[in-house]
Design a protein around this ligand. Structure first.
Ligand SMILES: *Cc1c(COP(=O)(O)O)cnc(C)c1O
Length: 400
């Protein structure tokens, strides 16, 4: 049968209604354990001779429907669900590397990923290096004999720098290094790293995949043999499994992913130009801006430029905080990809743990703000942003 388009697969996907009494939506198997018909059946299940469910940490039918869906959407062999994005990151990395081995990481990864890499370096002897992954030779020179994994995020939070996935994957493959991509900012609707040759793709499903701000969850997709290892080791034994109800909510969220992403992206497009022209705004970074240094790469690599805009307000921390405090509809919160527009101040929030010098090196200034553009009417979002900018402008004497 010919494969349906992504928008259709988000809705009809891998869920077989015939196996569930024709239930239109996937049923919620809210159970911790599964009963066996006999002692012998229990023995056969544990021995792996008979397939079937045993205990929800080892597998659950509602979670399994979601795992099949994400594998399909990322064009991979097998999906695995986790309790959070960080459970996915930690479980995947620990299944790939051991003591004495090395991970090469793109500069500027998610804060807790940074923390996790530090932890396993300090306590378990798993080394890592952060590098700018903009040119082939730099990457080639930094791959060591013990490098097992190349870990990439693109676009990078909050500076929106992009990494050329095709290039990075090609260089890693020369040395047989496994490529892991955190695809949270794009969702499979905008970017599919496995189709470019990546080995594993990870999501904080908390963000765009959920889309409704009510679940913390993670997903990963890769080759079946490797994902089976993850299931049987770091997932099962560290125990960061997804709850059935969370999987049910995510299956509900997935149906509207394409519609939501289209709106997130069109709203962001409608806002970046207005921000760019505003006298209180020093700079705007948005991959869909033709003036953006990596515009061509964004066009090539992402289906649309995404729903996140980073901008710098004139002044610094005080101006940024005043602006946030004047917002009436846009909510001050971390996280992203929700129906509500959310704004955060990286220097004091998501990147507060990064030493200020390092932060500046990464291009994160005190006046920088990251806006996760929501699904509201774009004119209403702009009205809120502009009234808050105006109030901030009148509060600070025109010193510029
Ligand atoms: C939020 C996020 C994570 C962590 O996910 P949680 O679901 O909060 O554990 C990892 N990577 C990126 C890029 C994120 O935005």
């Amino acid at each position: 049968m010919e494969k349906k388009k992504l928008e259709t697969r988000l809705i009809h996907g891998e869920y077989d209604r015939k196996k569930h009494y024709g239930s239109l939506t996937p049923p919620l198997y809210q159970t911790s354990t599964f009963t066996f018909d006999s002692a012998e059946q229990g023995e056969a299940r544990f021995a792996g001779i008979e397939s079937g469910y045993i205990y929800s940490r080892l597998g659950n039918p509602t979670v399994a429907i979601l795992e099949k869906a994400i594998a399909d959407l990322e064009e991979g062999e097998e999906g695995v669900a986790f309790a959070s994005g960080m459970a996915a990151v930690s479980s995947i990395l620990l299944a790939l590397v051991k003591h004495g081995e090395h991970i090469l990481v793109s500069e500027g990864v998610y804060g807790c990923t940074y923390g996790f890499l530090q932890l396993v370096d300090d306590r378990y002897g798993i080394e890592h290096d952060f590098i700018e992954m903009s040119d082939e030779d730099t990457i080639r020179n930094r791959i060591k004999p013990n490098t097992k994994v190349l870990y990439v995020e693109t676009p990078i939070n909050p500076t929106m720098k992009l990494i050329d996935l095709k290039m990075v994957i090609r260089v890693a493959k020369e040395s047989g290094v496994t490529v892991v991509v955190d695809n949270t900012f794009c969702s499979p609707y905008l970017q599919q790293p496995l189709t470019l040759g990546a080995d594993v793709v990870i999501h904080s499903a908390t963000k765009y995949i959920c889309g409704h701000g009510d679940v913390i969850a993670g997903l990963a997709v890769g080759k079946a043999a490797f994902m089976q290892v993850v299931r049987g080791t770091t997932l099962k034994d560290m125990g960061g499994v997804m709850a059935p109800f969370d999987a049910w909510l995510l299956l509900r969220g997935l149906k509207t992913l394409s519609v939501r992403m289209d709106r997130h992206c069109s709203n962001a497009k409608g806002l970046y130009e207005k921000l760019k022209m505003h006298p209180m705004i020093k700079s705007v970074v948005y991959p869909g801006d033709p003036d953006y240094t990596q515009f061509t790469l964004a066009e090539k690599q992402m289906k649309q430029p995404g729903g996140l805009i980073t901008f710098e307000i004139e002044g610094g921390k005080e101006e940024a905080q005043s602006f946030m405090n004047h917002l009436k509809m846009v909510q001050v919160a971390v996280s992203l990809g929700d129906a509500e527009s959310l704004i955060q101040h990286p220097a004091t929030m998501t990147h507060a743990v990064v030493p200020s010098e390092k932060r500046l090196e990464m291009g994160i200034t005190e006046g920088m703000l990251r806006l996760s553009v929501g699904l509201e009417n774009v004119e209403d979002i702009w009205e809120d942003l502009s009234q808050a900018l105006q109030k901030t402008a009148s509060e600070f004497t025109p010193s510029k």
